[in-house]
Design a protein around this ligand. Sequence first.
Ligand code: HEM
Length: 150
Amino acid sequence: MRTPGAWDRLHNEPELIPNAVEEMLRMASAVAGSWRIAARDCEIGGVAIPAGATIMLRNASANLDPARYPEPEQFQPDRQNARSHIGFGRGIHQCIGNLLARRELAVAIELLVGRFACITLACDEPDLAYAPNVLLRGRASVPVRLELRA
Ligand code: HEM
């Protein structure tokens, strides 16, 4: 909705949809963070983390790292490294449902851009509140207007 031309581009170039889904997951990481306990002493970004410390990984923040994703707040459906995001975590506990979630999103977007000519926000942007939750990041609601294709 915020990126001019993106809706039409996904309609005209549906082969971009899987990568666009990765870009959405990167930008709007639904699981914003997760708790970990440091298994050993280590240092991250100059910060010493002692073994046994409880830490929170902020997936959502890492996914907006400008050193990895130039212009991180921009939705670029053809971003080369979009799929390297950690919106599903990483390692042995990586989200077991990631392939299903990816597929569901791709199917939903393909159907939406096929059926509707455009989507616009039906409220003022500042009225879009986040549900209060330290781990999960999601809007309480997103009212939209959809215009059917002729
Ligand atoms: C966009 C949708 C989803 C997002 C962003 C998401 C994200 C995540 C994240 C970040 C984790 C933690 C990974 C870690 O600790 O490193 C996780 C774990 C998990 N997710 Fe998802 N998830 C999604 C959809 C799903 C679906 C559809 C299913 C099941 C059908 C699912 C099942 C699970 C399970 C079982 C775990 C625990 C895995 C483990 O601890 O070994 N998730 N998910």
